[in-house]
Ligand binder design. Structure first.
Ligand SMILES: C[S@@+](CC[C@H](N)C(=O)[O-])C[C@H]1O[C@@H](n2cnc3c(N)ncnc32)[C@H](O)[C@@H]1O
Length: 272
């Protein structure tokens, strides 16, 4: 299935009428059918006559045998190799997303960005389902994280700064260097990792925190307590340690167990 978005409108193309019928049915179930035009057709033929802001490509991986290949090279994609497909998609937009096998040759994927001049931003995301790596999504152009950051300042997770005689000031996005981009990418991933670990209820209470540091501090505060609470917790644990005695009739194993539990609590509370 190949999808092209213009604003909030989507053109979804598949050569197989059954796939289009299923996708159309799903879109009705999710109440989004009015945003999508479904086309049964050959993407390679249709692409040059289409325009869009973003293209999402989910090409065939050539059947289950893709799993037996250690390094899935882009020539194994169907119905044409990845380079040709990417070039065809670029006639629509440079903002391309591609869903690829988990064992894809990542160097080759990065090379796709060089088919444009200047090279496109690229970001590669691993996609896990219940802890299993199922595939990777490659983002090019403005769909790559720091390509989005160039578009709007509201999505900055952390802010690269530059030193001036008046102190550190935020850098202009146009002045970001490779280190800044890498830091933004890493920070973005850290933010994603934190947020995916939260239950919906907790995430809702913390939705105002838009930076990784802010979110982390809020979580520490929420689950470990503020400085005052930590101080009193430490005091309580110290008291518990001083009072730890053998209880008459208690087995040695139970005493050791209580001792170890307390030591673990003391260590995680940061009492040296
Ligand atoms: C990996 S599947 C993706 C299906 C869909 N994205 C999904 O997640 O269920 C690849 C799809 O590409 C379609 N396809 C293959 N060659 C095509 C072409 N030349 N033009 C349009 N679709 C094509 C196949 O019919 C198949 O449904």
């Amino acid at each position: 299935m190949f999808i092209i978005c213009r604003g909030y409108h989507v053109i979804a193309i598949d050569i197989d009428p059954k796939k289009v019928e299923m996708a159309s049915n799903n879109s009705k179930i999710y109440g989004v059918d009015s945003y999508i035009d479904f086309i049964v057709g050959d993407f390679l033929q249709l692409a040059p006559s289409l325009k869009g802001n973003v293209a999402f490509l989910s090409p065939p991986w050539g059947g289950p045998s893709y799993k037996t290949t250690e390094n899935f090279t882009l020539d194994l994609l169907k119905p044409v190799d990845g380079y040709t497909l990417f070039q065809v998609a670029q006639t629509i937009t440079p903002n391309i997303m591609m869903f690829l096998p988990r064992n894809v040759d990542v160097c080759q994927v990065e090379q796709l960005s060089w088919l444009s001049s200047p090279p496109l931003n690229v970001e590669i995301e691993e996609n896990y389902v219940r802890g299993f790596l199922k595939g990777v999504t490659a983002y090019f152009g403005k769909t790559a994280y720091w390509g989005v950051a160039q578009e709007t300042s509201s999505v900055h997770i952390c802010e690269p700064t530059t030193s001036t005689p008046d102190g550190d000031v935020p850098k202009r996005v146009a002045d970001y260097d490779e280190t800044d981009r890498r830091m933004l990418n890493e920070d973005n991933r850290a933010f994603d990792v934190l947020t995916v670990c939260l239950s919906r209820e907790i995430a809702l209470t913390l939705r105002d925190y838009t930076t990784t540091k802010g979110l982390w501090d809020a979580l520490v505060n929420k689950f470990e307590g503020n400085l005052e609470m930590k101080k009193s917790k430490k005091g309580m644990l110290k008291g518990e340690f001083n009072m730890l005695n053998y209880v008459q009739g208690e087995s040695i194993a139970s005493l050791i167990q209580r001792f170890e539990t307390l030591i673990t609590k003391i260590e995680s509370a940061g009492i040296g």
